[in-house]
Design a binder for this molecule. Structure first.
Ligand code: ATP
Length: 242
């Protein structure tokens, strides 16, 4: 079976400066890939390019073996959910409408609300949260609401952009565990970008290290610690060499 996503030879530069310089990467059906890399190495650009928000200069992205164009691109966008770094909730909508945002386009209001409450419950938020405005939520609750929105339409693929940024270690661990549980139980495939090695160990089954526009190392999580790559080890351990 073709991987869910196949990325080949992807190149993107800004002002003549290459950011992605020939990226090859696969996301297996049901897999959980975590992309790590230093600040400014192009993780967000990679994500934006997959979503079609940036146009690459070269390379291709295949979804279930076919290029992401036309109706196939629409099918991809319909089957994906995303948790943004700052949760990106609409401040003027109550929490349940944020969660049900996409559902409200196709489902009756009562049904969309029922599903929103079910997804909120899945991320540990009770019905009392549904009618609050996002401003009333703590950072951790916003992340949870963002996660409920990401899974509202039962996506086949979910993108997590720095899911633990701004959370204390305990709340971060709870979000990581939620993400792992949701990915496992739903069978969705996931791509996460993060600097947080705790997230990597909680969420990933495969890891890719982005460096200088290329995938410097990739492999199963259980091979990461013994991989013969000094920079990867420095990254994992948070150490530097003079
Ligand atoms: N729209 C843009 N115009 C010009 N340069 C850009 C644009 N978007 C990204 N870049 C540049 O591309 C490089 C990669 O940025 P990107 O945001 O993808 O890094 P990142 O790995 O996600 O970093 P971080 O971990 O700090 O969020 C940076 O040098 C950035 O300045």
């Amino acid at each position: 079976m073709a991987p869910l996503l196949t990325i080949r030879g992807l190149k993107k530069s800004f002002g003549g400066k290459p950011v992605l310089d020939g990226i090859d990467l696969d996301l297996e059906e049901g897999g959980s890939l975590v992309v790590i890399g230093g600040s400014g190495t192009g993780k967000s650009v990679l994500m934006r390019t997959i979503l079609g928000l940036e146009t690459p200069e070269a390379g291709e992205i295949l979804f279930r073996g076919a290029p992401l164009v036309g109706a196939h691109r629409t099918a991809f966008l319909d089957s994906f959910g995303m948790l943004f770094q700052n949760a990106a909730l609409f401040d003027s909508l109550p929490v349940w409408k944020n969660v049900a945002f996409r559902l409200l386009k196709t489902l009756p209001r009562a049904e969309a609300r029922r599903i929103a409450l079910e997804k909120l419950a899945r991320v540990g938020l009770g019905p009392e949260v549904a009618d609050l405005m996002p401003a009333a939520l703590s950072g951790g609750m916003r992340k949870r609401a963002g996660l409920a929105r990401a899974i509202a339409a039962d996506p086949a693929v979910i993108f997590f952009d720095e899911p633990t940024t701004g959370l204390d270690p305990i709340r971060a661990a709870r979000i990581n565990a939620l993400i792992r549980g949701i990915v496992e139980e739903s069978g969705a495939s996931a791509i996460t970008i993060t600097h947080d090695m705790t997230s990597v160990r909680s969420i990933a089954d495969h890891v890719a290290l982005l460096d200088k526009g290329r995938i410097r190392w990739h492999g199963p999580l259980h091979e990461m610690d013994d991989a013969p790559d000094d920079y990867l080890h420095d990254f994992i351990l948070g150490q530097w060499r003079e």
